[in-house]
Design a protein around this ligand. Structure first.
Ligand code: HXC
Length: 519
């Protein structure tokens, strides 16, 4: 066969265009990106994906617009790298915004490229991971770039609950750029990234407030205060490693189970320290994470949103190699009381687990919903209802363990049997009652105490009687609300065996267009 000069020329043209595409906005811009301590879109993909697994799509696409000098700013790829690859051998769809091209600003071509991989990922049933680094809608494109966001948002929503969607924020994420991440399942912020709808300049002009980009939308804000982000990492490298770890707990799509890891931790391992974890003092705090670490497979607990609503703990862990969603009250913070933020945190996580076939294990030690005008005015009723809604709706295996207080609403809301909880265990330290002893005795016996010859002695007597009656798990076990009272050290083997039974659980909700979760 003859290899003519024309073929050689074709190949040279392609190779030349490809090497230009690899340079994004050019070497000078790449150097600037590096000088800011940031990696380029391709370097990030190189860290995320298994070596040699990346197949790119649309490397050469450009816009054909000319307004405001756009004709002088045509870069192959148009500020985004998209395609497919593998993470630990599992297929994923990826896109990475390229800040070296017009600040990663979001264009019609970017939208077409992201939409294309979103469509293919949904059809193939594989997760989408987006690496965000963008100044928002490309201003020169006007309404085209605004409409372009809509294309991505609608695909985010259609894919929601079908394939995992993870957003990693690695630079600015401004304006419309924030909403695609906000529609995805997990937002991970790394390095000097920030997210805001309107930036410091606009805020200054409109409200007169002065704030830096970091103080407005840095990871501390979104991890600790707004709850917009679920995980944060100091460096890009750590953020991308975190993304891989997160994926390892999730299935490829809602028709699959999460991957099973060969367990190294023995099923029957019992940690004696668990038997003395609950302090003698009724209100003495302890860290529920100590229980979680001791019960689940060694080093498998991966906490999510640790700094947000620390009165609740959520995260993934493994039991006998199987992925589990862990939900817990945290007695070490606000006595584990449920407030608005904790309700939102727990409810959303339950729904993620349920969507992706991850069984849920709940640890209950909660004095109830947090009292106060602030909470009531801000809608604790509406927010607390989300927990109830999410538990009732979830059809994955659900097991709860009452470690100490399960008072009132907390007992019902945190996975009671009537809310389709499959199995409930209690530790001997469990206290299951409508309310705490002091409040109950005050409501029931206020008059009697007042009239008693020795009010203080009578009150003490009544408190003791109440505690004796309700501050143990046996009454609840008698009426079938607790399936088994277990020694804390037995929790691991009991959970593993219970989940083994529930692995084939089938439960369906009535057909409907969609429920009306009190969002
Ligand atoms: C076009 C943009 C751009 C944008 C940045 N650039 N953002 N070009 N459209 N949205 C360009 C800059 O002009 C600059 O080009 C290059 O990218 C790098 O930007 P710098 O400003 O030099 O970088 P830095 O100092 O790091 O600041 C980054 C930034 C800032 C904070 C993101 O650029 C910025 O404030 N951009 C605008 C952010 C914004 O308001 N976006 C909202 C758009 S409205 P040159 O060639 O000069 O180096 C929106 C609404 C959609 O998105 C709503 C949908 C629901």
């Amino acid at each position: 066969m003859m290899t003519g000069g024309k073929t050689k020329l074709h190949l040279e043209v392609l190779r030349e265009m490809r090497s230009r595409a690899v340079l994004g906005g050019g070497q000078k811009r790449i150097d600037q990106q590096h000088a800011r301590g940031k990696l380029t879109a391709r370097e990030r993909l190189g860290l995320l994906l298994d070596e040699g697994s990346f197949q790119e799509f649309g490397a050469l696409s450009t816009h054909d617009l000319s307004a405001f000098g756009l004709d002088q700013q045509r870069f192959p790829g148009d500020g985004i790298v998209t395609g497919f690859g593998k993470v630990n051998g599992r297929r994923v769809a990826v896109f990475a915004q390229d800040f070296t091209v017009m600040g990663g600003s979001f264009s019609e071509v970017q939208s077409q490229k992201i939409s294309r991989i979103q469509d293919l990922a949904l059809q193939a049933g594989i997760p989408v991971i987006g690496l965000n680094d963008s100044g928002g809608a490309r201003i020169q494109e006007g309404v085209r770039s605004l409409a372009a966001y809509g294309e991505v948002f609608v695909r985010n929503v259609m894919a929601s609950g079908v394939i995992p969607q993870i957003s990693v924020i690695l630079g600015p994420c401004a304006g419309g750029a924030v909403y695609s991440p906000a529609l995805t399942d997990f937002v991970i912020m790394a390095g000097e990234s920030y997210m805001f709808l309107t930036g410091p300049e606009v805020i200054k002009a409109v409200t007169g407030e002065q704030v830096t980009a970091q103080d407005l939308g840095g990871s501390e804000v979104h991890i600790g205060r707004s709850g917009v982000a679920h995980l944060a990492a100091d460096t890009e490298v750590e953020g991308l490693a975190m993304t891989k770890l997160l994926l390892s707990y999730l299935p490829q799509n809602n028709n699959e189970e999460p991957p099973h890891v060969t367990p190294e931790d023995p099923v029957n391992r019992m940690d004696e320290a668990l038997n003395t974890l609950i302090p003698d003092g009724e209100n003495t705090p302890y860290d529920i994470r100590d229980a979680i670490e001791a019960i689940f497979d060694q080093d498998s607990f991966f906490e999510i949103q640790a700094a947000y609503a620390a009165n609740a703990v959520i995260g993934f862990a493994r039991l006998d190699g199987y992925s589990i969603g862990v939900v817990a009250n945290q007695p070490a913070f606000m006595s584990g009381a449920l407030n608005i933020d904790a309700s939102d945190k727990i409810a959303r996580f339950i729904r993620v687990c349920d969507a992706f076939n991850v069984p849920i294990v709940t640890f209950v030690d909660c004095p109830g919903f947090l009292p106060g005008t602030g909470q009531e005015y801000d809608g604790i009723i509406r927010h607390g209802a989300k927990i109830i809604y999410a538990y009732c709706e979830a059809t994955v295996p659900k097991i709860s363990i009452v470690t100490r207080k399960a008072m009132g609403g907390a007992y019902v809301a945190m996975g009671s049997k009537q809310m389709r909880n499959d199995i409930t265990f209690a530790w001997p330290s469990a206290q299951i009652a409508v309310m705490g002893a002091g409040a109950a005795v005050n409501v029931l016996f206020r008059e009697e105490i007042k009239k008693a010859a020795d009010p203080a002695a009578r009150e003490k007597e009544l408190l003791e009687e109440y505690r004796e009656k309700f501050f143990n798990p046996y009454r609840a076990a008698d009426v079938g609300q607790i399936d088994e009272v277990i020694e804390p050290r037995e929790t691991r083997p009991r959970l593993i065996r219970a989940l083994e039974v529930l692995r084939t659980k089938v439960q369906q909700n009535p057909p409907k267009k969609h429920g009306l979760c009190p969002v």
